[in-house]
Design a protein around this ligand. Sequence first.
Ligand SMILES: [Zn+2]
Length: 274
Amino acid sequence: MPELPEVETIVRDLRPILVGRRIVRARLSHDDVLRGITRSRLVRGLAGKTIRQLFRRAKHAVFDLGSERLIVQPGMTGSLTVERSPLTSDQLRYAVLRAELDGGDELVYTDVRRLGTILLLDPKHWELYDRAIGPEPLDENFSADQLGRALQRSRQAIKKVIMDQRHLAGVGNIYANEALFAAGIDPSKPARRLGPDDHRRLHSEIRRILSAAIRSNGTTFRDYRTGVGEPGNFQLELLVYGREGEPCRRCGTRLTGTHAIDARISVFCHHCQS
Ligand SMILES: [Zn+2]
């Protein structure tokens, strides 16, 4: 699933194209992506609205439409682009949401497996939704102490805790693996057994890696594309994710891959992480 750097890249690409544009009409091909709203309410709610702002929160692209907010969380096979020419047959087949804009372009959310979600929230419900999500790791006010307080409350594996959106926004499996390797922390270690030094290292590595991934337009393993339809480049810089069985770049030990921590693949070095 696209994580913070991928959604941030999409939003940065689309913002200059979309802000100030009016949605003439919207179409939705399947309603299994909707949460808490019907197809007819969504389609009616989007028609005639102007996109006032577009920003990211956690792994969501948030379109501020004035009275309401359209929230798209792209799934593993999802992409969000603005199309200037008629859609290709593949795009037509997998387009889930199509919003026709003034001037003729189309904002299109395509999702082959429809694992993404779409919501439309009024300001009150947006506030509740936003409040349930943890701090943004790249926010300048997000501190190592704040991360430490969240970690000290949990007996769960550190990797699970930093991927839990209630504790920290936007980190998923790829960047959790990378940050724990860079910080030298075993992903299965109970969160509350980490000390202040661990908190400082992990805080700084999470921020460093997410920022570097944004500079590289995110990680493309298979499906992810930027807002202008290009693959990202951060896959070239990954040190552990996707490298199980290969030698550790730091010490040469063979990297371990396990599904025992959270059913997702965790890749780590026995020697460098403890
Ligand atoms: Zn190593």
